[in-house]
Design a protein around this ligand. Structure first.
Ligand SMILES: Nc1ncnc2c1ncn2[C@@H]1O[C@H](COP(=O)(O)OP(=O)(O)O)[C@@H](O)[C@H]1O
Ligand SMILES: [Mg+2]
Length: 294
């Protein structure tokens, strides 16, 4: 069964079900009546500009923030943040690295493992496994303050994987990383999804990140969900092929279902034109009238 199919089937295949979730801070509506499902094994991206409501949503899904209204279900059961069983089900990578800088890589994992009730040989084996998986074995005794940005991020992820969660939440996993480290991080996240068989829920404001990684994308803008689907479906709904038509100082876009239709239109034009495949950036622009990435 494909990940897309998992969405439409019964609750046993649905890892997370979110219904009509809302949360305000004073007069600011941070999350406004959003609903979506995440299927088992999916790599799910929550895409939206800064301030759209991504962190607020994630915080409600992991029990750090109480919703004003709406419901979160895990495996069909209503989420109660006080229930340890659900906390064991999930691993969390917050937006900002919250490592203990004085402690070594291994010590950071050790403390986390103890908090999850792990001990002895099992804990030490998991620390070794997770450090190796994150390619950090050589850094196990290095104080985390001395690790590079990419290594710190990977260590936070390795820590979140220590107790073998079924679902990994990552809030903006690649912010602050250079383009090379970002791509390496994408490969790492794919491995977590495939090799560790982890459902991955990530937030991002990078369109290409969602496009490159996600089985399914939920686009959020100004606290509301504005589109949902696989990157392919979202692009198809806009039109798979786009013409950038250069007029005076402006570029306007026209969308077409396929290349022959776009080429037919191109023949009618006597200005400079570029033909290209539609991106998620185009989809966002079409839906909101603004660009996600400046
Ligand atoms: N603790 C808070 N107090 C007041 N306003 C908040 C708080 N957290 C978030 N907000 C506001 O809620 C909106 C959504 O924020 P956030 O969920 O952090 O967005 P994102 O993660 O998509 O950048 C923003 O307008 C933000 O300023
Ligand atoms: Mg955020």
């Amino acid at each position: 069964m494909s990940c897309a199919d998992a969405l439409s089937c019964n609750n046993r295949r649905c890892e997370i079900e979110v219904s009509s979730l809302s949360r305000s801070f004073g007069n600011t509506v941070a999350v406004d009546d959003i609903s979506f499902n995440v299927g088992r094994g999916e790599l799910f991206a929550f895409l939206g500009p800064n301030g759209a409501g991504k962190t607020t949503t994630i915080n409600m899904l992991i029990g750090l923030l109480i919703p004003d209204s709406g419901e979160v279900r895990y495996h069909g059961q209503q989420f109660d943040p006080k229930q340890l069983a659900v906390k064991r089900l999930i691993g969390v990578v917050p937006q900002h690295n919250n490592l203990d800088r004085e402690l070594t890589a291994a010590e950071n994992l050790l403390i986390h493992g103890r908090l999850f009730g792990m001990s002895g040989k099992q804990l030490h084996q998991r620390i070794d496994t997770c450090l190796a998986f994150a390619d950090l074995t050589a850094k196990r005794d290095t104080p985390t303050a001395k690790l590079s940005g990419g290594m710190k991020r990977k260590l936070v992820i390795a820590r979140a994987l220590l107790h073998q969660p079924e679902i990994l939440f990552l809030d903006e996993p690649t912010v602050g990383l250079d383009p090379h480290s970002r791509r390496k991080m994408w490969a790492f996240l794919r491995r977590i999804n495939k090799e560790q068989k982890c459902t991955v829920f990530l937030t991002t404001h990078y369109i290409e990140e969602a496009e490159a990684l996600a089985d399914r994308v939920l686009i959020i803008d100004q606290a509301r969900v504005i589109a949902e689907g696989s990157p392919q479906q979202l692009k198809q709904s806009a039109g798979n092929v786009v013409l950038d038509i250069y007029r005076d100082d402006d570029i306007c876009n026209e969308f077409f279902a396929d290349r022959p239709a776009a080429l037919q239109r191109l023949e009618q034009l006597d200005t400079s034109v570029r033909i290209r495949e539609t991106t998620l950036e185009d989809v966002f622009l079409q839906l909101t009238g603004k660009r996600l990435e400046p």
